[in-house]
Write a protein that binds this ligand. Structure first.
Ligand code: ZN
Length: 184
Protein backbone atom coordinates (compact mmCIF):
# COMPACT_ATOMS: atom_id res chain seq x y z
CA UNK A 1 0.00 0.00 0.00
CA UNK A 2 1.01 3.58 -0.64
CA UNK A 3 0.58 6.30 1.95
CA UNK A 4 1.54 9.93 2.29
CA UNK A 5 3.91 10.70 5.15
CA UNK A 6 1.21 12.54 7.05
CA UNK A 7 -0.65 9.27 7.56
CA UNK A 8 2.19 6.78 7.70
CA UNK A 9 1.83 6.33 11.47
CA UNK A 10 -1.59 4.80 10.93
CA UNK A 11 -0.41 2.27 8.38
CA UNK A 12 3.11 1.15 9.20
CA UNK A 13 4.01 -0.53 12.52
CA UNK A 14 5.98 1.60 14.98
CA UNK A 15 8.67 -1.07 15.20
CA UNK A 16 9.41 -0.35 11.56
CA UNK A 17 8.95 3.41 11.53
CA UNK A 18 10.81 4.01 14.75
CA UNK A 19 13.89 1.93 14.07
CA UNK A 20 17.22 3.60 13.48
CA UNK A 21 17.74 2.78 9.79
CA UNK A 22 14.32 4.13 8.86
CA UNK A 23 14.76 7.17 11.03
CA UNK A 24 17.99 7.93 9.21
CA UNK A 25 16.12 8.28 5.92
CA UNK A 26 13.12 10.05 7.39
CA UNK A 27 15.02 12.80 9.13
CA UNK A 28 15.95 14.57 5.88
CA UNK A 29 12.28 15.55 5.63
CA UNK A 30 12.21 14.79 1.91
CA UNK A 31 10.37 11.50 2.01
CA UNK A 32 6.78 12.05 0.88
CA UNK A 33 5.46 8.63 -0.07
CA UNK A 34 5.76 5.34 1.79
CA UNK A 35 5.14 2.00 0.22
CA UNK A 36 4.50 -0.70 2.78
CA UNK A 37 4.14 -4.37 2.01
CA UNK A 38 3.14 -6.26 5.18
CA UNK A 39 3.56 -9.63 3.45
CA UNK A 40 7.20 -9.16 2.51
CA UNK A 41 7.88 -6.69 5.36
CA UNK A 42 9.31 -4.24 2.87
CA UNK A 43 9.14 -0.51 3.35
CA UNK A 44 9.86 1.90 0.50
CA UNK A 45 10.53 5.56 1.23
CA UNK A 46 10.25 7.86 -1.77
CA UNK A 47 10.68 11.46 -2.67
CA UNK A 48 8.00 13.10 -4.77
CA UNK A 49 8.66 16.82 -4.92
CA UNK A 50 5.52 17.64 -6.91
CA UNK A 51 3.17 15.42 -4.94
CA UNK A 52 0.76 18.21 -4.02
CA UNK A 53 0.98 20.12 -7.29
CA UNK A 54 0.82 17.46 -10.01
CA UNK A 55 -2.28 15.41 -10.79
CA UNK A 56 0.02 12.45 -11.30
CA UNK A 57 3.14 13.14 -9.20
CA UNK A 58 6.60 11.90 -10.08
CA UNK A 59 8.11 8.94 -8.29
CA UNK A 60 11.40 10.32 -7.04
CA UNK A 61 14.51 8.80 -5.51
CA UNK A 62 13.82 6.15 -2.99
CA UNK A 63 15.14 3.48 -0.73
CA UNK A 64 13.67 0.12 0.07
CA UNK A 65 14.25 -1.75 3.33
CA UNK A 66 13.30 -5.33 4.03
CA UNK A 67 12.85 -6.40 7.62
CA UNK A 68 13.56 -9.64 9.39
CA UNK A 69 10.27 -10.89 10.86
CA UNK A 70 11.98 -12.47 13.87
CA UNK A 71 13.92 -9.35 14.81
CA UNK A 72 10.89 -7.14 14.26
CA UNK A 73 8.97 -9.20 16.77
CA UNK A 74 11.62 -8.87 19.45
CA UNK A 75 11.64 -5.72 21.48
CA UNK A 76 15.34 -5.03 21.26
CA UNK A 77 16.89 -6.34 18.05
CA UNK A 78 20.61 -6.94 18.40
CA UNK A 79 21.83 -4.96 15.46
CA UNK A 80 20.87 -3.28 12.25
CA UNK A 81 22.04 -6.33 10.31
CA UNK A 82 19.67 -8.41 12.36
CA UNK A 83 16.68 -6.12 11.83
CA UNK A 84 17.09 -5.07 8.23
CA UNK A 85 17.98 -7.83 5.82
CA UNK A 86 18.24 -5.64 2.75
CA UNK A 87 18.63 -1.97 1.92
CA UNK A 88 18.29 -1.06 -1.72
CA UNK A 89 18.39 2.31 -3.48
CA UNK A 90 15.61 2.86 -5.96
CA UNK A 91 16.38 5.25 -8.81
CA UNK A 92 13.54 7.06 -10.57
CA UNK A 93 12.67 5.60 -13.96
CA UNK A 94 10.27 8.20 -15.28
CA UNK A 95 7.36 6.82 -13.33
CA UNK A 96 4.37 8.57 -11.85
CA UNK A 97 1.75 7.90 -9.19
CA UNK A 98 -1.94 7.64 -9.98
CA UNK A 99 -4.95 8.12 -7.69
CA UNK A 100 -2.94 10.17 -5.22
CA UNK A 101 -6.13 10.73 -3.20
CA UNK A 102 -5.77 7.12 -2.05
CA UNK A 103 -2.50 8.07 -0.30
CA UNK A 104 -4.21 10.55 2.00
CA UNK A 105 -7.54 11.01 3.77
CA UNK A 106 -10.45 13.25 2.71
CA UNK A 107 -9.22 15.72 5.34
CA UNK A 108 -5.84 16.25 3.65
CA UNK A 109 -5.14 19.92 2.98
CA UNK A 110 -2.24 19.68 0.50
CA UNK A 111 -4.45 19.35 -2.57
CA UNK A 112 -8.13 19.21 -3.44
CA UNK A 113 -9.03 15.61 -2.70
CA UNK A 114 -12.39 15.76 -4.50
CA UNK A 115 -10.72 17.04 -7.65
CA UNK A 116 -8.26 14.18 -7.48
CA UNK A 117 -11.07 11.62 -7.18
CA UNK A 118 -12.80 13.25 -10.15
CA UNK A 119 -9.57 13.09 -12.12
CA UNK A 120 -9.32 9.33 -11.54
CA UNK A 121 -12.90 8.81 -12.65
CA UNK A 122 -12.25 10.96 -15.69
CA UNK A 123 -9.25 9.13 -17.09
CA UNK A 124 -10.47 5.67 -16.15
CA UNK A 125 -13.52 6.26 -18.34
CA UNK A 126 -11.35 6.91 -21.38
CA UNK A 127 -11.14 4.17 -24.01
CA UNK A 128 -7.92 2.88 -25.49
CA UNK A 129 -5.66 3.26 -22.47
CA UNK A 130 -2.97 0.62 -22.08
CA UNK A 131 -2.95 0.11 -18.35
CA UNK A 132 0.38 -1.67 -18.36
CA UNK A 133 2.06 1.52 -19.58
CA UNK A 134 0.36 4.27 -17.60
CA UNK A 135 2.95 4.10 -14.85
CA UNK A 136 5.38 5.84 -17.17
CA UNK A 137 5.14 9.58 -17.55
CA UNK A 138 6.20 9.45 -21.18
CA UNK A 139 3.28 7.25 -22.20
CA UNK A 140 0.89 9.07 -19.90
CA UNK A 141 1.64 12.50 -21.32
CA UNK A 142 1.64 11.35 -24.93
CA UNK A 143 -1.43 9.11 -24.91
CA UNK A 144 -3.67 9.86 -21.95
CA UNK A 145 -3.34 13.54 -21.09
CA UNK A 146 -4.61 14.63 -24.55
CA UNK A 147 -7.85 12.73 -23.83
CA UNK A 148 -8.33 14.70 -20.64
CA UNK A 149 -8.87 18.11 -22.18
CA UNK A 150 -12.46 19.28 -22.11
CA UNK A 151 -13.95 20.88 -25.21
CA UNK A 152 -15.34 24.19 -24.05
CA UNK A 153 -17.05 24.88 -27.35
CA UNK A 154 -19.39 21.90 -27.04
CA UNK A 155 -22.36 21.78 -24.67
CA UNK A 156 -23.91 18.47 -23.69
CA UNK A 157 -27.33 18.00 -25.31
CA UNK A 158 -28.50 15.94 -22.39
CA UNK A 159 -27.52 17.87 -19.27
CA UNK A 160 -26.36 21.15 -20.77
CA UNK A 161 -22.92 20.97 -19.18
CA UNK A 162 -20.35 23.11 -20.94
CA UNK A 163 -17.36 22.11 -18.89
CA UNK A 164 -17.37 18.32 -18.89
CA UNK A 165 -17.64 17.58 -22.57
CA UNK A 166 -14.79 16.10 -24.53
CA UNK A 167 -14.32 14.73 -28.01
CA UNK A 168 -13.20 11.12 -28.49
CA UNK A 169 -11.07 9.87 -31.36
CA UNK A 170 -14.11 8.92 -33.44
CA UNK A 171 -15.36 12.49 -33.30
CA UNK A 172 -18.15 11.88 -30.81
CA UNK A 173 -18.80 14.35 -28.07
CA UNK A 174 -19.02 12.75 -24.66
CA UNK A 175 -20.05 14.21 -21.34
CA UNK A 176 -18.28 13.34 -18.10
CA UNK A 177 -21.09 14.89 -16.10
CA UNK A 178 -23.94 12.63 -17.23
CA UNK A 179 -22.25 10.08 -19.49
CA UNK A 180 -24.20 11.11 -22.58
CA UNK A 181 -22.47 10.79 -25.95
CA UNK A 182 -23.48 12.01 -29.37
CA UNK A 183 -22.13 12.17 -32.90
CA UNK A 184 -21.75 15.72 -34.09
ZN1 ZN B 1 -24.16 15.70 -19.95
Amino acid sequence: MYVHREYVNHCVPMAVLGCRPVHRFRKSGKVKVYKWNPDTLTLGLFRSPNFNQADEPDVGNGVSLTFNPDALGSRYPDSREDLVTEIRCVKPRGQIYHHKWLFVTPMYMGFNVEDSVRRSRQWMSRPGIEYSKIGYKKYWEAEVVPKLTYDESAACDNCGSMIYTWRNSSGETQCDNCGHSETT
